[in-house]
Design a protein around this ligand. Sequence first.
Ligand code: AHM
Ligand code: MG
Length: 333
Amino acid sequence: MKRISLTQYLVEEQRQNNTIPAELRLLIEVVARACKTISHAVGKGALGEVLGTADTENVQGEVQKKLDIISNEILLEANEWGGHLAAMASEEMETIHPIPNRYPKGEYMLTFDPLDGSSNIDVNVSIGTIFSVLKAPEGMGEPTEEAFMQPGTKQVAAGYAVYGPQTMLVLTTGNGVNCFTLDREMGSWVLTQRDMKIPAKTKEFAINMSNARHWHAPVKRYVDELLEGENGPRGTNFNMRWVASMVADVHRILNRGGIFMYPADTRDTSMPGKLRLMYEANPMAFIVEQAGGAATDGQQRILDIQPHKLHQRVPVFLGSRDEVAVVTGYHQG
Ligand code: AHM
Ligand code: MG
């Protein structure tokens, strides 16, 4: 098999399709390198003393794990000095992180969830990193949170790394979705899946069922119908999977279809769902749409939502097109 590295893929993509300017290529390579470092730390586990909690809370009031903080530091440090960014924002930081004045500034802005699936860290289940790239508004001086308030349609690149039995990087720059596997001996990312496509139909769903009693009527109706199987209105048996790491659930869906849901519920109306728009829902929605799937908040396309807060939460329904259409239809009807 002829091996195509991430670098070669990006260079050729730039030559053929002109979708990846040199600065963006550098940005993606730096993020990929940081993910390699995170993968290494994850892989060491207890031997690297990276497991367990850090006795701190992030801005969303969640207890931080040591690896949340380590991964955030790795991404910040890797991306500060290259000259390709104006600012960064992360799940683990209250406000934005402008590039320090001692470094040149670039025209891109990066948001990330440094370590997604935190509840799985200490039990050796797949976790990941999610990232999204925006362009700084024309003529922006000092970066502000306001500059990040762009709908997901404005993303120029998005991706995730999944740290599982294999470490993989899934990437889109708006021209399909490709997957790279980390060759641990060589330390390089190798293209292993081109142009990933999500089947439009599926018999598999992913949702945290323990929240069922809090769901709103449309979600309850949709899941009840799936559970009724071949004797119910859907006339077919559905299977369920829930890893509790969005990266792992989305990765499965990219490979064999499925629908992923993290709905809003009746518990706290000030908190519409659990997942965050800027660095979880938007990049995943971009990837899923580029793979032929769909992503909505129940009412509208996630990528069309105008953000108003950096850490804004959003209900998420994404994956196989036909199923996302059914549950979205139940909300709209
Ligand atoms: P995190 O970014 O703090 O890890 O939280 C996000 C994660 C998602 O990866 C996953 O889909 C969800 O939270 C799991 O939630 P639950 O614990 O309700 O199953
Ligand atoms: Mg997360």
